[in-house]
Design a protein around this ligand. Sequence first.
Ligand SMILES: Cc1ncc(COP(=O)(O)O)c(C=O)c1O
Length: 353
Amino acid sequence: MPDAPQVDLLSDTLTKPTDAMRAAMAAAPVGDDVFGEDPTVRELEQRVAGMLGHEDGLFTPSGSMANQLGIRLHVAPGQELVADSLAHVLRAEMGAAAVLSGISSRSWMAQHGELDAAQPLALMIPDGGAYQVNTRLVVVENTHNFGGGTVQPLDQVQALREGTQARGVAMHLDGARLWNAHVATGTPLDTWGGLFDTVSVCLSKGLGAPVGSVLVGSAAHMQEARIWRKRFGGGMRQVGILAAAGLHALEHHVQRLADDHGRARRFAEAAAQARPGSVDPARVQTNIVVLDVSGAGWTAAGFVEAAAARGVRIYPVSPTAVRLVWHLDVDDAGTTLAVDALAPLLEQGPPAA
Ligand SMILES: Cc1ncc(COP(=O)(O)O)c(C=O)c1O
């Protein structure tokens, strides 16, 4: 096995449960959740639904399943969803919407994944008649992962809601990192949540739980989603032990996301100083930094390798850009290590061939 990196910025999914979280998991009352008998799971579902201003929730093993259930509820086979071209549902869920729900997708290009409501409104065809595919759903991602942790502009989400409601098109929020958007802006979670028909949120990213997501929506939608979850193979049994990790994270790990945001910004400022144009620190609103390494003469693959040789693990998001993600297990010292390791690479470029 290769040496473990000194600083692991590959993803915020890497976090290990804290001792306190493990204790909460061990103490959780459990039951068979397929029969709706796990009290800890129900507590989590209802807590998250309340936080997001929805009637009910459904615990799922992954964010991808929560998204795909949301999609399945709104779009029938032969209809379509629209989402931006960097959206996780299009780029990183292995074509699940096509495979599991038999639907097609179209996309618009969004700089940094940032929503401009006019783009999806121009793209959608809610009444395609007998010739064109009917658009039934718009998916918005907040914060936007591959866009660089971008927080969506609230006024654009509101404008999109008005436009879609007028056309009878539903909205699903991929809120894997909605917690980060909430902490970065102070906008209440139920303000974001209330603008969507369904919302998925992840407990296993910045919040530090080992597994789990929650889909929220109307009680009727959650009843239907429960059936589809079982059909997709996501019916789980005594998973109160996992839900307890989520409840613990909601209690203890939301406000601390501000620390991750501050560290990501500190790194971005150092990177921009070392190589102007590699990142705009003002755009680093949350825990993700996307660095353009081409100006320094690197390919993303070459930079990732050079970073690894200096003890820092990062991820290539395109041929020219890399992604760094801050999380519960990276502190100030780790951030300093990352700056000291990567700033010289940006400043000096690759070694001459
Ligand atoms: C924006 C976004 N949505 C959804 C997911 C899916 O979550 P999971 O890996 O739990 O399926 C991720 C995972 O990284 C993500 O970044």
